[in-house]
Design a binder for this molecule. Structure first.
Ligand code: FMN
Length: 203
């Protein structure tokens, strides 16, 4: 089977965000896997408006050119890793809006997550998993949680000076488990989508 194409999506867009540090770390880990070809997808590059369509693209094409560009980018991938901040115990508004701006492009695909915050972004990741159900996505069981003292130690705004490689004793195993599961679910969903496309074409 060809490599699983994985989009590593950074959930925050603010100028002083921490998000790209864990994004680059998990990108490297993902690309160490022979089964994966991963790239970073940065919401900053898409300048998405707040959702203002008559309906989601499950029902009609979107009018916003930037939304269509975003949907086309999402369609390139078989699976996703959301690198998610926790804003007031949920995912960021920017990520929620980006999730809402596509529908069919997420369907029947797998995702994993890297969360960070006081409790490792656990509440944001659970929020993401609930949203994923509606988007017809399959979540991995495992996720990476950069939490507590580790979070402080790697976050420059809190005086942290460590790299993520230096806290791998805490987060390395969960990254391995998340990627193992992403490969399994990602390939299973990819095979099923390909089989479905063949039977639809034969009808
Ligand atoms: C609006 C806002 C809400 C936040 N809410 C939470 C929260 O609920 N839980 C948490 O652990 N951290 C929270 N934080 C702290 C973030 O974990 C921290 O600022 C982190 O760096 C945000 O990710 P970012 O730098 O990629 O934007 C919040 C930060 C902001 C700006």
């Amino acid at each position: 089977m060809s490599k699983l194409k994985v989009g590593v999506i950074i959930s925050s867009t603010r100028a002083t965000r921490f998000g790209e540090i864990p994004a680059k770390w998990i990108l490297e880990k993902a690309n160490e896997r022979a089964e994966i070809e991963a790239e970073i997808v940065d919401l900053r590059d898409f300048d998405l408006p707040f959702f203002d369509e008559a309906a989601s693209n499950a029902w009609m094409p979107s009018q916003s050119a930037n939304a269509v560009k975003w949907q086309n980018k999402i369609s390139e991938f078989d699976a996703y890793i959301f690198v998610t901040a926790e804003y007031n115990r949920a995912i960021t508004g920017a990520l929620k809006n980006a999730l809402d701006q596509a529908y069919v492009n997420w369907n029947k695909k797998a995702f994993g997550a890297v969360g960070y915050g006081t409790v490792g972004g656990a509440r944001a990741i659970e929020n993401l998993r609930t949203i994923g159900i509606e988007l017809q996505m399959a979540s991995t069981r495992s996720a990476v949680h950069i939490a507590g003292a580790d979070f402080m130690a790697v976050h420059p705004a809190f005086g942290g000076t460590k790299s993520l490689n230096e806290i791998e004793a805490s987060i390395g195993n969960s990254a391995k488990d998340m990627l193992d599961q992403l490969i399994w679910w990602g390939n299973a969903a990819k095979a099923a989508r390909e089989e479905e496309a063949i039977s639809v074409a034969a009808e």
